[in-house]
Each structure stands twice: as structure tokens, then as C-alpha cells.
Design a protein around this ligand. Structure first.
Ligand code: EPS
Length: 348
């Protein structure tokens, strides 16, 4: 499967096109819209979220709530567009450190960095959450469930302290990042492959995770800690009791680039949003003089939103692997292929 997104944060709409979905998949609009609602929530979000109320409009690929094998196109309107339409918005000439502003403007030879930030904005993740929601609907048929858990905000593990920490950052005109854990339950043995670099499941998931705005690191299972341990305390010993099983899951469900039947566990590290109300030092691209970076509006933290986005991109990657492994033009063909494979695995 493949998908593309299009659209700018204050443009008319965001659009996503998914190709390669099997036919006869039930497109549950309530579920998709609820995922979008989850992405919009969370303590520390900025003013934009009180303007938007994200809902999908399916433009193609579905009849009578079922996919027909054709590309699925999704549109999410930006309600804020009405407030920007036809307005003479000022040029952005003071790049924000940490954002795409400066590098994007130089790369594309744009004199107004608004042309960069409009697309670089994490608003684009609304489109990706809608795509991920469709992936989750597909995965449901194979008993695969993607969940997220926030482990840290602003370096703090105690969630009772998060609201106060977020308030403090807000008062200081600052922002906070965090750590998010994704768990994928029900993944069968055998997604991904050891035989080629671009088929390794851990690599594919990492690519998806790192493609999410503001994510700076990803680890799988014991992850970075495993570099500091001896092999005997890292690797998950193998047992047999009618079926193969493990007592530990330090591998995070992936060995040699292949899912091993244990839950897939990964953690993503998100940096603080680079749009600061108390801006950092920058340089004006016209005058070349030292200035403070642009600030219009932003979130103090979007870690809760990022958790939903990460679920979405991981769901996509797993769904893509499921469609490769149990390939079929109709969902029923895929389920038959899946059941046949699971029978073989059981007998191994
Ligand atoms: C976002 C919409 C944006 C920001 C945020 C994510 O709205 P606006 O720019 O109109 O305030 O709240 O964007 C960023 C964090 C960013 O770095 O660009 C959204 O819908 O998630």
C-alpha cells in the first residue's frame, strides 16, 4: 500500500490518498473521527484546537461504507482557513530555531518562510491520523491492536506533576517534549524480513516514527539500554510448551527484522515544539540582523497528540506489512491467507 498527504496548515483542507487497500473493508467514519478528536485533545494544546473540529469527508474509494479496491481519498477541512482567506498575511522573515523555516526557505528559494511553515506544521498529522485510523480498521480483522502510553513530559515521569509543569512552561513562554511508548498487540510471527535491508520490520517502524514532526529518537524493546548490558541479560530465552514462547520481551517483539509473536514495543522521543512565545535568538533573512524568532501562536506541548499520531503511523506500517504477507484484493482473500498461514505456524 502507499499513501500521500497534501495540504497546508491554513489552507483550505488536508487531503490523503491511500492506494492498495483491499475491497470490502468497512470504513467506520465514527471511529476515524474519534481518532481525529483524540489527536486534538491533551493538556497544553494551543488556541488552534479550539477553532478546529476535525472530521473526514471520504471523496472516493468507498461505496455503502465498504472499500471497493479503488484509491481511498480523504479530505479534512481547516476551519481556520476562513479566518485567513483573502487576508494580507505578513511575511515571515525571522526563522524559528528548530523548525524547517530557514533550511526550507533556502532549499526552495522562498523569500517568505510562511511557505515553509505552512506545510511543515504538525497540522499535517491530522491527515496521517485519518490514514492510520483506516489502517487500524484493517488490522482489527487480524486481531492486531495499536496502543500508546505517555511515559514522560518535560523529563518528568510522575503524571500528577504534568499539569503544573505544563502551566509553568506556559507562563515562561516555553515548550515541553516527552517520551511515548507504542505497544502493538496481536502481531503474528513473520512480518518483515531478515533477507533485505528495506524489509526489516524494526527499520520500517523506525522510519515511520521518525517521520512524525518533532520526533528525535526511537528505540525498540530494551532499546538503548541493551548497548550497556551483557548479552545474557538482553536476549529473550526460548521455551516450548505446545508452542514456542518467551518469558521476557527485551527484543520488543522483533528479532532479525521479523516479528516474533510477542507484542511490539517501541518508544519515541519528542523534542519540545520549536515555536516559543519567548522566542530564541535568530537572524532576519532580509536585514541579516540579530532578532528574536517569529511567534504567532503555538502549543506548550503536543505530546498527547503525538501519541495518537504515532499510533497511526505504526498502524500504517503494520497494516502495510499485513497486506504484503497476506496479500489479496478482497479482505476475505486476505483473511483466508492469514488463517492458512496461522494453521501452518501452529503446526511448526
Ligand atoms: C497543529 C496546528 C498548528 C499548531 C501545531 C499543530 O496550528 P497553528 O499554527 O494555526 O497555531 O497548533 O503546529 C506545530 C506544533 C508546529 O510546530 O507547526 C495541529 O493541528 O496539530
Amino acid at each position: 500500500m502507499r499513501y500521500l498527504t497534501s495540504g497546508e496548515t491554513h489552507g483550505e483542507a488536508l487531503v490523503a490518498i491511500i492506494e492498495g487497500l483491499p475491497s470490502n473493508l468497512f470504513i467506520d467514519l465514527d471511529f476515524i473521527n474519534n481518532e481525529l478528536k483524540r489527536r486534538q485533545s491533551g493538556y497544553g494544546r494551543g488556541g488552534r484546537m479550539s477553532i478546529e473540529s476535525d472530521v473526514v469527508h471520504i471523496l472516493g474509494g468507498v461505496r455503502n461504507n465498504l472499500t471497493i479496491g479503488a484509491p481511498l481519498s480523504i479530505l479534512i477541512r481547516n476551519l481556520d482557513y476562513e479566518n485567513w482567506k483573502g487576508k494580507d498575511v505578513p511575511r515571515v522573515t525571522r526563522p524559528r530555531p528548530g523548525h524547517a523555516d530557514l533550511s526550507g526557505a533556502i532549499k526552495y528559494d522562498l523569500k517568505d518562510m510562511r511557505d515553509v511553515l505552512e506545510r511543515a506544521s504538525a497540522r499535517e498529522t491530522a491527515a496521517r491520523v485519518s490514514v492510520g485510523a483506516v489502517a487500524k480498521l484493517l488490522l482489527k480483522n487480524f486481531g492486531i491492536v495499536v496502543k500508546s502510553d505517555i511515559l514522560e513530559i518535560g523529563g518528568e515521569r510522575d503524571r500528577e506533576k504534568w499539569p503544573a509543569l505544563i502551566d509553568e512552561a506556559k507562563n515562561e513562554g516555553d515548550t515541553l517534549g516527552g517520551v511515548i511508548e507504542i505497544t502493538i498487540d496481536g502481531v503474528p510471527i513473520g512480518l518483515g524480513s531478515h533477507v533485505q535491508w528495506d524489509r526489516k520490520l524494526d527499520a520500517l517502524l523506525s522510519y515511520s516514527v521518525m517521520s512524525v514532526q518533532a520526533i528525535k529518537g526511537v528505540e525498540i524493546g530494551m532499546g538503548f539500554m541493551s548497548a550497556r548490558q551483557k548479552g545474557s541479560s538482553v536476549h529473550d530465552e526460548i521455551f516450548y510448551d505446545g508452542h514456542f514462547y518467551r518469558k521476557t520481551n527485551n527484543a520488543g517483539g522483533i528479532e532479525g527484522g521479523i516479528s516474533n509473536g510477542m507484542p511490539i514495543v517501541l518508544r519515541a522521543y519528542m523534542k519540545p515544539i520549536p515555536t516559543l512565545r519567548k522566542p530564541l535568538t535568530s537572524v532576519d533573512i532580509d536585514s541579516k540582523e540579530e532578532v528574536k524568532a517569529t511567534y504567532e501562536r503555538s502549543d506548550v506541548t503536543a505530546v498527547e497528540a503525538a501519541a495518537v499520531v504515532l499510533e497511526a503511523v505504526c498502524a500504517w506500517t503494520i497494516a502495510d506489512e499485513v497486506t504484503k504477507k497476506f496479500s489479496g484484493d478482497s479482505l476475505h482473500d486476505m483473511i483466508e491467507n492469514f488463517n492458512m498461514y496461522m494453521k501452518r505456524v501452529e503446526k511448526y
